[in-house]
Design a protein around this ligand. Structure first.
Ligand code: GRF
Length: 216
């Protein structure tokens, strides 16, 4: 909603949908900045979840954001589920999809409708450690560095064009929980930054792309 400001009118915010299946801490970081920063360019028009009971859904509801939370098993197949999601997105003129811990592969129904306009955040320096267990895999591989990647979504699993990365050192002996917590802190700073820059300028600023550490 455009707000009147002294001497200027804030530009309308771009409607986005955030997809989440779990704790929703990245969703929360987006909702918080949306509330606090008048210059934030996005409006979370819808939260989509395949897990109606998850914490992300609770967070969305408590922020009074519209929610579409359905178990995909209640639909004939994946396409039918995604067509239902797509109808909800179109109803709200959603322009970008932001995946934030959404534990499903997006199929062509949504990919074709939102090609180049679906973002994902992943807890590794892709292409290293794609998939569901990126943090555990990095520890098991003995990596001395891992990190966070924001990328555009394509047909593959964590394979789309990379927009921005942050390296995080893996301290010797660190537990999976502690590393995950450190990665989350980085995610909560990096994702809103990239979303802002992509919505305003079409791509992240050069200094956002890789700021610290050399990739292994
Ligand atoms: C994050 O680590 C993100 O990188 C991955 O899923 C996790 C979601 O965490 N895709 P949360 O639900 O936002 O707390």
């Amino acid at each position: 909603m455009p707000h009147e400001q002294t001497g200027s009118v804030r530009p309308a915010r771009t409607p986005i949908a955030v997809f989440a299946s779990g704790a929703g801490t990245n969703l929360q970081s987006i909702l918080d900045i949306e509330q606090q920063d008048p210059a934030w360019p996005a409006l979370t028009a819808l939260v989509v979840s395949d897990k109606p009971q998850c914490e992300a859904v609770r967070r969305a509801k408590s922020a009074h954001v519209s929610v579409f939370a359905r178990d995909p098993k209640d639909y004939a197949d994946k396409s039918a589920y995604e067509r239902a999601v797509l109808a909800e997105l179109q109803k709200r003129d959603v322009e970008w999809i932001v995946l934030a811990g959404y534990m499903r592969i997006v199929s062509p129904v949504l990919l074709n409708a939102y090609r180049g306009r679906i973002l994902n955040i992943h807890p590794s320096l892709l292409p290293k450690f794609p998939g569901r267990h990126a943090v555990r895999d990095a520890l098991q591989a003995g990596a001395v560095q891992t990190g966070v990647t924001v990328h555009l979504v394509d047909e593959g699993v964590d394979t789309g064009p990379i927009l921005a990365q942050r390296a995080v050192a893996v301290q010797p002996g660190i537990t999976e929980e502690a590393l995950l917590e450190r990665l989350h802190e980085v995610e909560h700073e990096l994702y809103p930054k990239v979303i802002r820059e992509v919505l305003i300028s079409g791509s992240p600023h050069s200094e956002t792309i890789v700021r610290s550490g050399k990739h292994e």
